[in-house]
Ligand binder design. Structure first.
Ligand code: DGL
Length: 284
């Protein structure tokens, strides 16, 4: 693991932040360990077209899924600080792993709304005919107490199998989400779940919608796949409305993209996922 400079949002920074007045034209900061959060950013862009978006991919430190809580919290604090310096009016933690490991301490440290990703276990548990749900997650999410407590809430409605998927985020970040290797890895995770009668699969990592086509191919049409981009966007909209922060401009909002690892693969991935050529800037 790379040596990490400890970056905390200090009480001083936090106090300074409390004094700063955010305006409704300020941007929304969205981040993930990589391109996974683009699935959330896309939905926000579609549903709230007048909002200005700043997207950060912390690709240099991806995957978060095999890192410690302390490391993830340091990354989250550093990125949040960067957003605050750019006058963000709200932050979307577009990453399940970062949400379960770092959102509580982040909310304690900053005063702007912080929206996290919550996997759709509740609707999945209600929907499942066999009462057999699986949730695909990173290793760090699978081991997290906050996440395990969330799953426990729904075990009386349905069996919920937690399936960690190490290696998958790395393949997606290498733009190999349609490769034979990716299909093989996914089959190794999915086939045992299908054999147990799982009929509903929750995507508990924002990277996984990027391999939804392959998941469908392996599972077949009878398996329902649940994503979280829309509920996260709706929660953001509610928070902005409550805080009087919906952008009142009628102009189309701007979207700016940053990555802590900047190369041809990242540029191609961003263009592909965003479905148009974009300028990928260096973070920080
Ligand atoms: N996309 C992320 C998530 O939702 C992070 C995955 C990772 O970096 O391991 O968990």
């Amino acid at each position: 693991m790379p040596k990490q400079k400890k970056t905390n949002i200090t009480a001083e920074n936090s106090a300074a932040k409390n004094k700063r007045q955010v305006t409704n034209s300020d941007p929304i900061g969205i981040f993930d360990s990589g391109v996974g959060g683009l699935s959330i950013a896309q939905c926000i862009h579609q549903q709230l077209p007048h909002e200005n978006l700043l997207y950060v991919a912390d690709t240099l430190h991806a995957p978060y899924g095999d890192k410690s809580t302390e490391f993830i919290q340091q990354r989250v604090n550093e990125i949040a600080q960067w957003f605050i310096e750019r006058s963000a009016k709200a932050i979307v933690v577009a990453c399940n792993t970062a949400t379960v490991n770092a959102i509580d301490q982040l909310r304690n440290n900053i005063s702007i709304p912080v929206i996290g990703v919550e996997p759709a276990i509740k609707p999945a548990a209600s929907l499942s005919k066999n009462k057999k749900v699986a949730i695909l997650v990173t290793k760090a999410t699978a081991e997290n107490q906050r996440f395990l407590a969330l799953v426990a809430q729904y075990r009386h409605i349905s069996d919920v199998i937690i399936q960690p998927c190490p290696g998958l985020v790395e393949l997606i970040e290498r733009n190999e989400n349609n490769s034979a290797e990716c299909e093989l890895l996914l089959s190794a995770y999915l086939q045992p779940l299908l054999d147990k009668g799982v009929d509903t699969i929750v995507l508990g990592c924002t990277h996984y919608p990027l391999v939804k086509g392959l998941i469908k191919k392996i599972c077949g049409n009878h398996v329902v796949i649940m994503e979280t981009a829309l509920p996260v966007t709706e929660q953001l909209q509610r928070q902005l409305t409550r805080n009087n922060l919906i952008n009142s401009s009628t102009n189309k909002g701007t979207s700016s993209f940053y990555s802590s690892k900047h190369g041809d693969i990242q540029q191609a991935l961003f263009n592909h996922i965003w479905q148009q050529p974009l300028q990928l800037n260096s973070y920080p």
